[in-house]
Write a protein that binds this ligand. Sequence first.
Ligand SMILES: Nc1nc2c(ncn2[C@@H]2O[C@H](COP(=O)(O)OP(=O)(O)OP(=O)(O)O)[C@@H](O)[C@H]2O)c(=O)[nH]1
Ligand SMILES: [Mg+2]
Length: 264
Amino acid sequence: MALAKRAFHSTRQLLKRSTDHLVTKDNKKFQLVSFPEPPSLLPSQVADANKLFARPVSFIQSISQVDQAPDLTNPEVAFVGRSNVGKSTLINNLTNNSRLVKTSNRPGHTKLLNFFDIGGQVTMVDMPGYGYKSKEEWGELILEYLSSRKQLKRLFLLLDPVAGLKETDQQLMSHLDKQALSYQVILTKRDRLSQEAFKESRLAIEKYLVEHAICCYPQVLVTGKRRTSKSNDNAMVAEEMSKVKWAIVNATGITVRQSKAVKQ
Ligand SMILES: Nc1nc2c(ncn2[C@@H]2O[C@H](COP(=O)(O)OP(=O)(O)OP(=O)(O)O)[C@@H](O)[C@H]2O)c(=O)[nH]1
Ligand SMILES: [Mg+2]
């Protein structure tokens, strides 16, 4: 797991690119108020990102205790967040398989840590949610996994912009910061808010991250269901997915192998 140092380094690099997210203070100093918009992906990055997820995906194992975790050598990424935030849905969307993980509109659906193999190159882990309708032992399982899993290359923290940041989210971030475990935020359910309301919620969340979250990767990703059948919406959803896929390729440092399988 990369240390906080890396997140700071990336912030410095990003700051060179754009200053839209800065406000001036006393006409002298600049103050960071939100993260800069992630740059558009290069066509080669989109191709690599999609190539990885076009490879066969398979379920490996579910565990209820960390000592049952599979002994794997591939780099791992994991998805964490409050119950019902959309962790399992995102995994299904990434793998283009709506049946890979069971999702539900009832919070507290995922009860175990579920491991999936992506193309023989990356392991993805779906986790139970914390907060409403979750159980204390799930929280313990998540924290133990996070502090012990050497293969874990990036933790994706999913936040719901409709609900906004909750105390449980802040507690988790504070725990991660204390342990120097880096994480990247993904805002889910973008489609459930108007553009204006989403922007407002995003700014409030990013302001908190900038001011408090030490180990947060300085690029926030966004996902949301398709709102209509308009091609603009489809293009937006595809771009959001590519950015999450590329973040996984980037975090794991893999060179994506050519797919043998043809996915529909
Ligand atoms: N509108 C909208 N609904 C979503 C989105 N992502 C997930 N949902 C819905 O939110 C509900 C919860 O989704 P899940 O993927 O099961 O959430 P989870 O975080 O895995 O929940 P737990 O397993 O209970 O922790 C489901 O009804 C999903 O259809 C999204 O981007 N937009
Ligand atoms: Mg789930």
